[in-house]
Write a protein that binds this ligand. Structure first.
Ligand SMILES: Nc1ncnc2c1ncn2[C@@H]1O[C@H](COP(=O)(O)OP(=O)(O)OP(=O)(O)O)[C@@H](O)[C@H]1O
Ligand SMILES: [Mg+2]
Length: 268
């Protein structure tokens, strides 16, 4: 059995892999990388009755993995490049090859995985961490779930300047509901719910359009979305709007928040 651990900037994920297949998975959170790695290992082993002797190797990846210098609990421990891990995990979960992957974590990574190997296109500092950071300062809300709940009743048009606000004619393929400027309107009467929605909208519009450009550059019409950000219901709705406008489809594999950990575990 192989254990893959992804020490992300916000959350740590661990998976167990047997015969190149995902068997179990856990999520945890810790302040420092060593506690995250040992805690994640302890959690996956105890929750799934895994015998420590059965663990052949541990593969670690993610932002915090560079801080793990030694073997974990004496088990051979190897570091895996995070981009490679996302690519391998994304192909495994989507059962697809030659794909564009947008990994939405604390920040966002966009890459291509397939016959040409795993190619890092780039990314954006806009991601889940942006939602949490702006939520904290603009809404005085620290909990992710609370920001999501608030955003449900938000009205985008109170915060974003929409195309319909500035012109009666349509511009190219854009419709009157398209955002002309994120936060460009910001009515004095904008409510916290409106701002919560506008934050999520900005993050997903930026990532969505970057993904569209990446897909077009590679002549594909599909983008696989991974990371915790692939589970955001409002974000998915915003991506649906992008699909309608640009004709690029977003695919959300099951367990996509474990993509990086799975890819590490499969990179043997
Ligand atoms: N229950 C939750 N608690 C905290 N954050 C959540 C939760 N659900 C979703 N999120 C979002 O997920 C983001 C973290 O995603 P993920 O765990 O994929 O990132 P990461 O792997 O830690 O970071 P990165 O890959 O960028 O280093 C948070 O910034 C937040 O926006
Ligand atoms: Mg991550």
């Amino acid at each position: 059995m192989i254990i893959g651990i992804d020490i992300g900037s916000t959350t740590t994920k661990a998976v167990s892999i047997e015969n190149k297949k995902l068997v179990s998975k856990i999520k945890t959170r810790a302040q420092d990388a060593v506690t995250a790695a040992t805690g994640a290992f302890g959690k996956i082993v105890s929750e799934n009755d895994i015998k420590i002797d059965a663990v052949e190797k541990i593969f670690i990846t993610g932002a915090g993995s560079s801080k793990i210098k030694n073997d974990i609990f004496g088990i051979p421990t190897k570091r895996v490049n995070e981009i490679d891990a996302i690519g391998i995990g994304g192909m495994y979960l989507s059962k697809m090859n030659n794909i564009i992957i947008a990994n939405i974590g604390t920040g966002t990574v966009i890459l291509e995985a397939g016959d040409n190997g795993i190619i890092h296109f780039g990314g954006s500092g806009v991601g889940g961490g942006t939602i949490l950071g702006l939520g904290k300062k603009l809404l005085q809300i620290a909990e992710f779930a609370d920001i999501m709940e608030l955003a449900k009743t938000g009205v985008l048009n109170h915060v974003d300047l929409l195309l319909g606000d500035i012109t009666d004619t349509s511009i190219s393929f854009l419709n009157p509901e398209s955002t002309a400027a994120n936060f460009g309107k910001m009515l004095d009467t904008a409510a916290p719910a409106d701002i919560a929605l506008a934050i999520i909208n900005m993050v997903y519009q930026v990532i969505g359009v970057l993904s569209v450009f990446a897909a077009r550059a590679r002549n594909t019409r599909q983008v696989v979305v991974t990371g915790n950000g692939s589970k955001n219901p409002i974000g998915k709705k915003i991506f649906t709007g992008i699909t309608e406008m640009y004709g690029i489809e977003f695919i959300y594999p099951e367990y996509a928040e474990y993509t990086t950990a799975i890819g590490a575990g499969l990179s043997d």
